[in-house]
Design a protein around this ligand. Structure first.
Ligand code: ADP
Length: 201
């Protein structure tokens, strides 16, 4: 067992930073560079599907990844948040902070969140750091997303059972200059992943 540093005074960190392994040490250990891959796009556009396929390909090449999406975030750390403007902002703020922790561990962190406004994505980018923030716009027309209606949410939004749904009652602001844009309407999942891999590696 490693000896734990002792707490000396109230104002000192329990774990002084010089004792913490640095990101570059961890990246060396993992033989990879940490990145945050941030997928933005409408619900049902294909963010999670592409993220899962991307993760599988990266794993085959020996890269360690972590996917953050609604399932593991809204059900856990953010389970006390709703969908008001304030809560949406707080949702993304916490996600970005969590992503930064993984990033500092050298892990390729794949975030799949609608993140509908430029302001919300700008905040995430600021927290994570522009150099490590790799924005991918999953550009799928609303009609296609609605036809897919993977989770039945569009039907609920149309019937008024869900309010403020992005793409129906609330706008989605496309990124101005995403690192990559993938169009799932005219490309297979595999094509989208290949396009991302080419840019990423
Ligand atoms: P999101 O995570 O953006 O809400 P999902 O990944 O859950 O979206 O759902 C996207 C749906 O679209 C899935 O049913 C998927 O199989 C389908 N789909 C069809 N073509 C593509 C494509 N090229 N890329 C990603 N998803 C696609």
């Amino acid at each position: 067992m490693l000896p734990l540093p002792t707490l000396k005074t109230k104002n000192q960190n329990i774990f002084p930073s010089e004792k913490i392994l640095l990101r570059k040490d961890k990246e060396k250990f993992l033989k990879q560079k940490g990145r945050v891959i941030w997928f933005t796009g409408l619900s049902g556009s294909g963010k999670t599907t592409i993220a899962i396929a991307l993760e599988k390909k990266l794993a085959k090449q020996g890269y360690l990844t972590q996917i953050l999406d609604g399932d593991n975030i809204r059900a856990g750390i953010n389970q006390n948040l709703g969908f008001s403007e304030e809560d949406r902002m707080e949702n993304i703020r916490r996600i970005a902070e969590v992503a930064k922790l993984f990033l500092n561990c050298g892990i390729i962190t794949i975030c799949c969140f609608v993140s509908p406004t430029r302001a919300i994505r700008a905040m995430a980018k600021k927290i994570i750091g522009g150099k490590d923030f790799f924005e991918i716009y999953v550009n799928t027309p609303i009609e296609i997303c609605e036809k897919r209606d993977v989770k039945g949410l569009y039907a609920l939004a149309r019937s008024g059972k869900i309010k403020d749904f992005t793409g129906i009652q609330m706008p989605f602001e496309p990124p101005v200059k995403p690192r990559i844009e993938v169009k799932t309407e005219s490309n297979s999942i595999n094509n989208c992943v290949e396009k991302i891999l080419k840019e990423l590696i």
